[in-house]
Design a protein around this ligand. Structure first.
Ligand code: AMP
Ligand code: ZN
Length: 462
């Protein structure tokens, strides 16, 4: 298996530290607002990474932190005239609720920053004692010159960073590129006691402490969006190097942005849609399909047309399942070895740096096999069961039975519309016997017609 490693800037062979086990950490949300559909990209992608490793038989420990103390949370609390805890608790709950809406499995561990403050103080203290950090007027800074390779992950050079940082020169820092480990509390801000006075840990320290506490000194995969490479991940890595000269993680994976009209979807640009709003209009599997139809490192544009395309494409899986009556064969002992090649092709795609777009193409080949009149029923069934198995690896086909009984594919929708038109014509010709028969027969197969001032609408009978 190959994984594109931001550290080496190439696809590296993936070798876990312990055979058969994967330890992975992906940066989670700062809980001051509902997460937007751009934030959902890493949440969904790393969930798929974990699902795939499990499918391959690995034991996976997946950690996703909750940043529950941060400037933005404090600002939001001031705005709402409440305390930071109330804000953090509200949006932590919303985070989990929204993951559920998207059918994203929860991580194995969701550490909260505020539960690890004393460990963070210990780590900062160790760095001060080792000479990698220094206190200045109640703040503590990491000295980027104290380690040999600062900038290695992001490919930034220390001289450029110093020059860039000088614009907002901070006189308390020894080097303008030094970053904050401990932040002195301003009046009225939430704070914890420390050897440097009241304050709170910086974000980069939070993640390095939580990841190492749960996963150990060096773990396999560290992930997040590309915007986290610098400064966040660079600064996490710097602290880990300073502590024991070891890398924090062996593979650094970063997803590309979800864009709107070419700009990164973000709260600051105010061009965002919250996940919970999007979920009012769209099926979570459509959103999942939309994300997975592109490679995770490519930028992806969010617009109505692409979502409609995804909806249509996804419907092909369900219409293939309907055509073969999959529910009745799910628990039958049907040999699917005939499609072993498809399974191998799927794995090959996923083993190539999680090429989900290619993996979906393999699944569409199976749709063709299910629908091919040349194939025997047994072969069509085997193709359907293979499709079902592979789709589940990517998180599709949840509540399959419900979906198949309650949903109608696009062709069926068009047929119903046709029947409604025929009924209207029959009525106009005063052929009431025929118009009633259409209504009656549709009702017999579970489709109810309702005449409204705007025309006839239909729904599936409860
Ligand atoms: P934040 O709450 O801003 O720290 O973001 C949580 C996660 O979402 C991080 O991994 C970010 O890199 C990622 N992220 C934020 N905006 C986008 C976007 N527009 N597209 C993809 N990922 C994003
Ligand atoms: Zn982080």
């Amino acid at each position: 298996m190959k994984i594109y490693n931001t550290m080496t800037r190439k696809k590296d062979d993936f070798i876990p530290i312990t055979e058969g086990e994967i330890n992975m950490y992906a940066c989670g949300p700062t809980v001051y607002n509902y997460f937007h559909i751009g934030n959902a990209r890493p949440f969904l992608f790393f969930d798929v990474v974990r699902r795939y490793f499990k499918y391959l038989g690995y034991k996976v420990s997946y950690v996703q932190n909750i940043t529950d103390i941060d400037d933005k949370i404090i600002e939001q609390a001031i705005k709402e005239k409440t305390n930071f805890n109330e804000i953090a608790e509200r949006y932590t709950k919303a985070f989990f609720d929204d993951l559920k809406l998207l059918n994203i499995n929860y991580a194995d561990f969701n550490p909260k920053a505020t539960e690890y403050i004393s460990e963070m103080i210990d780590l900062i203290n160790t760095l001060v004692v080792k000479g990698n950090a220094y206190e200045s007027n109640g703040d503590v800074y990491f000295s980027v010159e104290s380690i040999p390779n600062y900038g290695k992950l992001s490919g930034k050079n220390l001289n450029e960073l110093q020059a860039g940082a000088r614009i907002e020169a901070n006189t308390q820092k020894k080097n303008p590129a030094d970053f904050t480990l401990w932040k002195k509390a301003k009046d009225g801000e939430p704070s914890w006691d420390s050897p440097w006075g009241a304050g709170r840990p910086g974000w980069h320290t939070e993640c390095v402490v939580m990841s190492r506490k749960i996963l150990g000194q060096t773990f396999d995969i560290h992930g997040g969006g590309v915007d986290l490479i610098f400064p966040h991940h660079e600064n996490e890595l710097a602290q880990a190097y300073a502590l024991d000269g070891e890398p924090l993680a062996n593979y650094w994976m970063h997803n590309g942005f979800l864009n709107v009209d070419g700009n990164k979807m973000s709260k600051s640009l105010n061009n965002f849609f919250t996940t919970r709003d999007i979920m009012k209009d769209y099926d979570p599997e459509v959103i999942r399909f939309f994300f997975l139809s592109k490679h995770y490192r490519s930028p992806i544009d969010f617009n109505e047309e692409i979502i409609i395309e995804s909806k249509k494409a996804l419907a092909n899986f369900y219409s293939a399942f309907s055509s073969i009556d999959i529910i009745n064969i799910l628990d039958q002992d049907i040999d699917i070895y005939e499609f072993n090649e498809a399974v191998q092709a799927f794995k090959e795609a996923m083993n190539d740096d999680f090429n989900t777009a290619k993996a979906l193409a393999v699944m569409f080949d199976l749709v063709k096999e299910i629908k091919s009149k040349q194939n025997s029923l047994k072969k069509q069934q085997a193709a359907a069961l293979t499709l079902y198995e592979l789709g589940q690896v990517l998180g599709f086909f949840v509540d399959l039975e419900d979906r198949l009984t309650n949903s109608v594919d696009q062709h069926a929708e068009k047929l119903i519309e046709l029947m409604i038109n025929y009924r209207l014509e029959a009525k106009q010709e005063k052929n009431y016997a025929f118009s009633d028969r259409i209504r009656h027969d549709l009702s017999e197969i579970g489709i109810e017609l309702q005449d409204t001032p705007q025309g006839t609408i239909w729904k599936i009978k409860e």
